[in-house]
Unconditional design. Sequence first.
Length: 218
Amino acid sequence: MGFSGFPDEAFMFYEGLEADNSKTYWTRNKPTYDTQVRAPMVELLSALEPEFGPGHIFRPYRDVRFAKNKSPYKDHQGAWAEVELGIGYYVQIAASGVFVAAGFHPHASDQVDRYRTAVDNDRTGTRLVKIVDKLSDAGYQISGEKLKTRPRGFDADHPRLELLRHKSLTAERQWPPEPWVHTPAALDRVRDAWIAMRPLVAWISTEVGPTTAPPSSR
């Protein structure tokens, strides 16, 4: 069976989970999660796989070992199609709707160094500016972890200072749970968004790539 949309029950499930993030709620509603949340996400990733490669569905359980918030379950279901280690495409559903993103989050020091070298370079940096500006004009939010001040070694009047401040870089878009999300049109929206963000992912893959640092130093 192919992807036919995210049913209304999926968003209602997360509305309920936001109100009662407990094992009791989860156990009582686990069949809804399996059939109305996880199964459609599997179908969506399967439909996208020929263009973007295999996707991975994240576990619904939170790691609360070091967190102040001890709620046991994530308030969303995310999935990831990886191009390089830590670089790729993301899709998520939650009570607030459907969310898509692409770029890179992990930021080992060697990745940040390569990223800033590429942004500083007039050729590769200007190309990134064009990619980011086009995405912004199309309604995507440019996000990622940033320094509050300029990175060491760069002038305050650098033409690409805002991009240099990034330690990770993503493009993102959010849609509320409008009627189309319950139909196959949701596949087209996610696919079109990932295609629009593909130049950003390609730039990061080429200019940054995965970390080469040993695990102990990441």
